[in-house]
Write a new protein. Sequence first.
Length: 336
Amino acid sequence: MAVKVHLDHIGMAFTTPGGTFRAVAPLNLSIESGRFVSLVGPSGCGKSTLFNIIAGLLAPTEGRVLIDGEDATGTIGRVGYMLQKDLLLPWRSVLDNVILGMEIQGIPLKEARERALPLLQKYGLAGFEYLYPNSLSGGMRQRAALLRTLLFDTDVILLDEPFGALDVKVREELRAWLRQLHEQVNATTVFVTHDQEEAMELADQIVLINAGQVEQVGPPEELYDNPATPFVMSFLGATTKLGDALVRPHDIEVSTDPTDHAHQAMIERVLGLGFHSRVDAVLADGSTVTVQLTRAHAQQLELSVGDIVFLRQMPGTTVTAAPPPQSPVTEDALDG
């Protein structure tokens, strides 16, 4: 049963030889019932600390975790979770690994297998039900581990970078698979990742965290199109600096003739990348601007290294002030 999760003034500080390190500043966050929410941010930002607090694996130094209105701080039983490693039991078949959680909860073996078999067949594990984990590829093992987690009869499902060790193609396949499975099991799911594309493709709602604080919460398209801060814009999607502003590379207009409010630049590199082309151009101040064009448009402009072009932001597109340089993140060892 999907339920609502609320973090009520949750904060977490660690004592280190150098003093106190605050991994999570006191924050409030509500995750509505049945939502697929991605906690996303750079390494060391606090997202894994929040994951462990929601899972009941770590007691916060302040605040409460409320699940369906009840205090569940430090309680493991109401949450099912999966880490980056699949942790399949090598002496159990794929089917018996998938039903492990149901067995622990006392569901009869026959009933558990009847519930699991159709999902194994539907989600890419047909023919592998009675094999052992060491016979499977990494992607197959993660499918089995995800099914085991999502079939565990619990209130909230937490997934901590479950695709982190897989190659790009397999990750793409599993993202579509996971989203479909989430909708079928009707779970409240919290997915932790540092992969912006993964978060935007999977989530109903993104919680973007930076230095232990929530920068912005909202649907993926809202954070992409209307970033609240320069950090949000630079973290979710590609950006390039044009003058004093951050601009999306695909939102820059390239002209071979002078235009109003345009920056003069010299082409440094033109790179074909399948459907689109990447153009790097150097401004008068020595900074490099990256522009993304369709391949057809780039060919039409006949751009070559050394050409002089004029760049300006397209009207009505997203822009923010360029952020100041950030201090390096410390205490990475405490939080991935």
